[in-house]
Design a protein. Structure first.
Length: 113
Protein backbone atom coordinates (compact mmCIF):
# COMPACT_ATOMS: atom_id res chain seq x y z
CA UNK A 1 0.00 0.00 0.00
CA UNK A 2 1.39 3.28 -1.07
CA UNK A 3 0.44 6.57 0.59
CA UNK A 4 0.39 9.58 -1.66
CA UNK A 5 2.97 12.26 -0.95
CA UNK A 6 0.31 14.88 -0.11
CA UNK A 7 -1.18 12.54 2.53
CA UNK A 8 2.31 11.83 3.90
CA UNK A 9 2.95 15.57 4.24
CA UNK A 10 -0.43 16.07 5.96
CA UNK A 11 0.26 13.19 8.40
CA UNK A 12 3.73 14.48 9.21
CA UNK A 13 2.33 17.99 9.74
CA UNK A 14 -0.47 16.68 12.00
CA UNK A 15 1.92 14.54 14.05
CA UNK A 16 4.31 17.49 14.33
CA UNK A 17 1.49 19.77 15.48
CA UNK A 18 0.33 17.27 18.11
CA UNK A 19 3.92 16.78 19.28
CA UNK A 20 4.47 20.54 19.63
CA UNK A 21 1.19 20.87 21.57
CA UNK A 22 2.20 18.01 23.91
CA UNK A 23 5.61 19.58 24.48
CA UNK A 24 3.87 22.87 25.28
CA UNK A 25 1.59 21.16 27.79
CA UNK A 26 4.53 19.36 29.40
CA UNK A 27 6.52 22.60 29.62
CA UNK A 28 3.56 24.34 31.30
CA UNK A 29 3.12 21.47 33.80
CA UNK A 30 6.83 21.53 34.64
CA UNK A 31 6.70 25.34 35.02
CA UNK A 32 3.73 25.12 37.41
CA UNK A 33 5.41 22.34 39.39
CA UNK A 34 8.57 24.43 39.60
CA UNK A 35 6.57 27.40 40.86
CA UNK A 36 4.89 25.23 43.51
CA UNK A 37 8.23 23.78 44.60
CA UNK A 38 9.73 27.27 44.77
CA UNK A 39 7.14 28.14 47.43
CA UNK A 40 8.63 25.58 49.76
CA UNK A 41 11.69 27.21 51.24
CA UNK A 42 14.30 25.58 53.38
CA UNK A 43 14.99 27.44 56.61
CA UNK A 44 18.38 25.97 57.41
CA UNK A 45 18.91 28.21 60.44
CA UNK A 46 15.71 26.83 61.97
CA UNK A 47 16.23 23.31 60.59
CA UNK A 48 12.68 23.13 59.33
CA UNK A 49 10.69 23.69 56.17
CA UNK A 50 8.23 26.50 55.65
CA UNK A 51 5.31 26.34 53.27
CA UNK A 52 4.22 29.60 51.70
CA UNK A 53 0.60 30.37 52.39
CA UNK A 54 -1.86 33.03 51.40
CA UNK A 55 -1.93 34.91 54.70
CA UNK A 56 0.59 37.10 56.42
CA UNK A 57 1.77 34.66 59.09
CA UNK A 58 3.95 31.58 58.74
CA UNK A 59 2.02 28.32 59.10
CA UNK A 60 4.68 26.80 61.36
CA UNK A 61 4.57 29.86 63.66
CA UNK A 62 0.77 29.55 63.81
CA UNK A 63 1.03 25.87 64.79
CA UNK A 64 3.73 26.67 67.38
CA UNK A 65 1.46 29.36 68.89
CA UNK A 66 -1.44 26.90 69.12
CA UNK A 67 0.78 24.26 70.76
CA UNK A 68 2.11 26.84 73.22
CA UNK A 69 -1.45 27.93 74.02
CA UNK A 70 -2.47 24.33 74.63
CA UNK A 71 0.49 23.92 77.00
CA UNK A 72 -0.60 26.98 78.98
CA UNK A 73 -4.18 25.71 79.02
CA UNK A 74 -3.09 22.32 80.36
CA UNK A 75 -0.93 24.01 83.02
CA UNK A 76 -3.91 26.12 84.11
CA UNK A 77 -6.14 23.06 84.17
CA UNK A 78 -3.63 21.22 86.38
CA UNK A 79 -3.53 24.17 88.78
CA UNK A 80 -7.35 24.29 88.93
CA UNK A 81 -7.45 20.54 89.60
CA UNK A 82 -5.10 20.99 92.56
CA UNK A 83 -7.15 23.91 93.89
CA UNK A 84 -10.39 21.92 93.59
CA UNK A 85 -8.83 18.99 95.45
CA UNK A 86 -7.73 21.38 98.20
CA UNK A 87 -11.25 22.86 98.43
CA UNK A 88 -12.80 19.39 98.63
CA UNK A 89 -10.43 18.52 101.45
CA UNK A 90 -11.30 21.70 103.33
CA UNK A 91 -15.05 21.12 102.84
CA UNK A 92 -14.72 17.54 104.11
CA UNK A 93 -12.85 18.83 107.19
CA UNK A 94 -15.52 21.51 107.79
CA UNK A 95 -18.25 18.87 107.48
CA UNK A 96 -16.58 16.66 110.09
CA UNK A 97 -16.22 19.63 112.46
CA UNK A 98 -19.84 20.74 111.88
CA UNK A 99 -21.14 17.24 112.60
CA UNK A 100 -19.02 17.08 115.78
CA UNK A 101 -20.40 20.44 116.95
CA UNK A 102 -23.95 19.32 116.15
CA UNK A 103 -23.41 16.11 118.13
CA UNK A 104 -22.00 18.01 121.12
CA UNK A 105 -24.93 20.42 120.97
CA UNK A 106 -27.41 17.52 120.83
CA UNK A 107 -25.66 15.89 123.80
CA UNK A 108 -25.67 19.16 125.75
CA UNK A 109 -29.37 19.74 125.04
CA UNK A 110 -30.15 16.16 126.06
CA UNK A 111 -28.24 16.65 129.35
CA UNK A 112 -30.07 19.93 130.08
CA UNK A 113 -33.53 18.39 129.58
Amino acid sequence: MRIEPSVQVALISAVGTVAVALVGVLVELVRRQGAAIAEVRDHAEEARFQVANTHSTNLRDDVDRVIDGLGRLLDGQEQHTEELASLRSEIAHERVERLAVAERLDNHLADVN
